[in-house]
Design a protein around this ligand. Structure first.
Ligand code: NDP
Length: 488
């Protein structure tokens, strides 16, 4: 393992702390489940703690939903669907979505701070990416609510019914928006299960639905762990399930739905190749590598976790990457200087540490910066591996942390071959000065999203989703409406 010094440590160029305050709101000690428009305790009375991964301190206790709560929530969603939501005009539904979008904007500061406290991501990202994009998703889908016939010309468009939606911990509020906004815009009602480690912004969203006077039961929120998600999947009262998370759980859900008419969309893992050609603007590409793998601590399904760099510029790119990484600040998620926040949970931190060991045991060479990290909480320094082989686990498996695997290539075809040599097919990136190369690469990579001379850019109008073990179905754009409607 080689290390280089962090030039900001102890130097006159270091930044003074700039922590975002959390004085402007107060979290409750306890949160219930939102069922039929009301917050209620779990039938079992069970609760669990959600902690701040940067401090390991308890933030709040939330209800742990079991099978009986799932049943109550699905029934409430069915009643709201039959009696209110599906009968309502698209124009009226759209008004509720606009209202939700505006309240997200009004409460954006609180949402951003809670997102960073509960999940560990830097405040700059929750403030500038997660929360504005969540609002944008509601604005975008509010616009579609009364225009669905234009999305599917010549077809009669009907909602599907009750959707069960299960989301992960890496973009807690944004995933609420990706799932809930299209479902409601198309006239469906929802039972949502947020991740065990990041329930708080989903619960604040539940409050926002109350504030927007969304009719009771249109949106229901069940907090809990994997068992709550499994109970939701098992419930026969759902017409659709939308899942984002690991490929392993996605496969289990697919199996359990095999003999049922319930529709399914899966957004699963990824191991994207970020391809740098020798004719690329190298400094810009290095920023793209950093954004591709260190954004959100690398907890990103579409992260550029494999760097493929043309051999002629490999040394230059690796040297510039090391120099750039030495300036990355790892630490307090609420500090506006922080580039890389806390790893979401101890379990995920242990999993990443294991991969760091596995990579070295397989013969790859690990590089990590030696920036200071807090004594408490779960943190990992930005890292990359060189001397990796295509067969290494660190090249094939999703690490979901700030760990990059670097390989080189000589020809475009070799780059494509390596890029596609993965069970996943979610995203990719290409950096070159030549438009023709961009088209060859984007046509040659089997992935749902490919960025050219940029990375990790999202827009509600742009469909997102994968091929192969990255799942199926699209979220966002006109394509993202399709899984929530019946056409005839
Ligand atoms: P999971 O797939 O377990 O979690 C995703 C969601 O599914 C969570 O809400 C989880 O609940 C729920 N869930 C867990 N088990 C079941 C089940 N049997 N039936 C229904 N729902 C279930 O991901 P992990 O949190 O365990 O992360 C493990 C790995 O998965 C990561 O290291 C990463 O590689 C990958 N991952 C990929 C994501 C992506 O966006 N592609 C997102 C998250 C993880 P709960 O969290 O409460 O247990």
């Amino acid at each position: 393992m080689t290390e280089i010094k962090n030039p900001t440590k102890g130097s006159p160029w270091g930044y003074a702390p700039a922590p975002e305050s959390s004085d402007h709101f107060k979290l409750k000690d306890q949160y219930g489940l939102l069922i039929g428009g009301k917050f209620v305790a779990a039938v079992s009375g069970k609760r669990f703690a959600t902690i701040n991964p940067a401090t390991e301190k308890v933030l709040a206790h939330v209800a742990d939903a079991g099978e009986k709560d799932v049943d109550k929530a699905v029934r409430a969603a069915r009643t709201a669907y039959e009696k209110v939501w599906r009968k309502m005009s698209g124009r009226e539904r759209g008004k509720y979505l606009y209202r939700i979008a505006r309240i997200i904007q009004e409460r954006s500061r609180e949402l951003a701070v809670v997102e960073s406290m509960d999940g560990g991501k830097p405040i700059r990202e929750s403030r500038d990416v997660d929360v504005p994009l969540a609002a944008a998703h509601f604005f975008y889908h509010a616009g579609w609510a009364d225009k669905l016939p234009y999305a599917f010309p010549g077809k009669a468009v009907r909602p599907i019914g009750v959707a069960g939606q299960i989301i992960p911990w890496n973009f807690p509020l944004l995933m609420v928006a990706w799932k809930v906004a299209p479902a409601l815009a198309c006239g469906n009602t929802v039972v949502l299960k947020p991740a065990e480690t990041t329930p708080l912004t989903a619960l604040l969203f539940a409050e926002i639905c109350q504030e927007a006077e969304l009719p009771d039961g249109v949106f229901n929120c069940l907090t809990g762990a994997g068992a709550t998600g499994a109970a939701l999947v098992k419930h026969s009262g759902l017409d659709k399930i939308a899942f984002t998370g690991s490929t392993e759980v996605g496969k289990a859900i697919q199996k359990s739905l095999a003999a049922r008419p319930t529709k399914l969309t899966l957004e699963l893992g990824g191991k994207a190749a970020n391809i740098i050609f020798e004719d690329a603007a190298i400094d810009q590409a290095v920023e793209g590598i950093v954004n591709g793998i260190f954004f959100n601590q690398g907890h990103v399904c579409c992260a550029g976790s494999r760097l493929l760099v043309q051999e002629s510029v490999e040394k230059e790119v690796v040297a510039k990457l090391k120099a750039r990484m030495a300036h990355l600040i790892v630490g307090d998620p609420l500090d506006k200087n922080t580039d890389i926040g806390a790893i979401n949970s101890k379990a995920q931190c242990d999993r990443i540490q294991d991969y760091l060991k596995v990579g070295q045991e397989e013969g790859a060479e690990l590089f990590q910066t030696n920036c200071p990290i807090p004594d408490k909480g779960y943190f990992i320094r930005p890292s990359f591996f060189t001397k990796v082989a295509q067969s290494h686990r660190i090249v094939q498996e999703e690490i979901f942390g700030p760990v990059l695997a670097i390989q080189s290539f000589r020809t475009l075809n070799e780059a494509l071959e390596k890029a596609n040599n993965t069970p996943y097919g979610l995203s990719g990136g290409v950096w070159t000065d030549k438009g023709a190369k961009i088209f060859k690469v984007t046509r040659g990579i089997k992935a749902g999203v490919i960025w050219a001379n940029t990375f990790n850019k999202f827009d509600p109008a742009s469909p997102f989703g994968g091929y192969k073990e990255s799942g199926y179905g699209r979220e966002g754009g006109r394509h993202g409406l399709r899984p929530y409607v019946e056409l005839s």
